[in-house]
Design a protein around this ligand. Sequence first.
Ligand SMILES: [Zn+2]
Length: 201
Amino acid sequence: MTDVTLTAPLQRLIDELKKLPGIGARSAERIAFHLLKAQQAEALALADAVRDVKEKIRPCRRCYNLADGELCNICADPRRDQSQIVVVEQPKDLISLEATGLITGVYHVLMGHIAPLEGVEPDDLTIAALVERCRAADVKEVVLATNPNVEGDTTALHITSLLQDSGVKITRLARGLAPGAQIEYANRAMLEAALRGRQEA
Ligand SMILES: [Zn+2]
């Protein structure tokens, strides 16, 4: 609902802020008035940061992680072991796993999980590109680090079946992660246990 006491530009800003996750009407108003009062440069720095994220960040050509060039920082790093690919659902999972410091290999971001009820089929994900990577490069292990829930398990099973005859060792994170848990919210100790205890799929 539009508040007639607010000018249109301010109302527009509040309406946009309200669309953000975790921002309710009151917070949106508080942020909008803060930006209104802030120095021009400070407020515009936020606008520029938003624009930069949308214009400069794109998927890595190899692994679909967030990148600001052709390849993401991880794929471009010659010290990373290209023979181990850790498969995650989304960039946020990659960030959580990377924070453990235990991954020496590279990643592949699926950009979601298989969920037929939500209309997400294997072709909507980057699975074909993953299979292609395994064929083209000397990949020794694929670590399936999808979430321990129905969608994550379905996705992991599908990938396992596709790579069955590839000669690549396929492992799945151990169940140190409680069923239904999400990798993005798991703490370091849980992820470490899940990684160290990974088993052949
Ligand atoms: Zn990459």
